[in-house]
Ligand binder design. Structure first.
Ligand SMILES: [Fe+2]
Length: 234
């Protein structure tokens, strides 16, 4: 059974580094008051019935985000509803959560591999509400993340990672977020890998996901921009 790295401070021990390299996922201790407050906001946002009408006209796809800029908006699917927000777009509460997670992710990036620092980043927040009574459905099909780091706060089980031929559950850990590495990170430092993962339903749950990516125009290496990297690998 995979042992998860639990990182309690900014400096990453050699043992944890080895576990992170092998698995691509780890736990990181964060300020629990910030998490609790954000979960309260997210639950009340999704309880607000008018949300779709107010926000749906600003919805953009992931591809539009890379082409034209940040995506902001509400969307509803069969098994879940979500709201995407880009750091700096005027919601003071979401901006303050983004700036906290931005600081956490930059510190982690610096400590995992300081050569991976860029001058401009895309920082996106995704708020998710997985509906109840959907057991056995795959809520988010298997995929890898594109960027550098993904910082997930979630209040229930459901996340699974593919490791040595089987899907293993990554349950939430109190006062910790779950961090995973993305494709750009693994491309730039092949000692690490970007893990395949999915979300399966167990029961209703809320998740708050912060994505750290280079801005699409940033050069990864050899004149290859992040945008070109995604195009070439899709
Ligand atoms: Fe993901």
């Amino acid at each position: 059974m995979q042992k998860f790295a639990v990182v309690e401070e900014v400096m990453i021990s050699n043992e944890n580094r080895t576990l992170i390299q092998e698995f691509g996922f780890f736990f990181y201790k964060v300020d629990s008051a910030i998490l609790d407050d954000m979960f309260q906001r997210v639950r009340s946002y999704f309880a607000y019935e008018e949300k779709a009408y107010i926000l749906s006209n600003t919805k953009q796809s992931q591809w539009e985000t890379y082409r034209t800029g940040p995506k902001i908006g509400y969307s509803k699917q069969k098994h879940k509803e979500s709201y995407s927000y880009s750091s700096g777009y005027g919601n003071l509460f979401y901006d303050s959560y983004c700036s906290y997670m931005s600081q956490v992710s930059h510190n982690l990036l610096k400590n995992l591999d300081s050569s991976l620092l860029f001058t401009e980043y895309l920082e996106t927040l995704s708020l998710l509400h997985y509906f109840p009574n959907q057991e056995s459905e795959t809520a988010l099909k298997e995929h890898k993340d594109w960027g550098l780091l993904t910082l997930l706060a979630t209040d229930s089980v459901g996340l699974e990672a593919y490791y040595q031929g089987e899907w293993i559950s990554i349950p939430p850990k109190k006062d910790h977020i779950i961090v995973n590495l993305g494709n750009a990170f693994a491309f730039l430092n092949p000692d690490f890998h970007s893990p395949l993962h999915r979300v399966r339903f167990q029961k209703e749950k809320f998740s708050i996901v912060f994505f750290l990516e280079p801005k699409p125009s940033q050069i990864l290496k050899n004149n290859l921009s992040y945008y070109d990297f995604i195009l070439q690998n899709t």
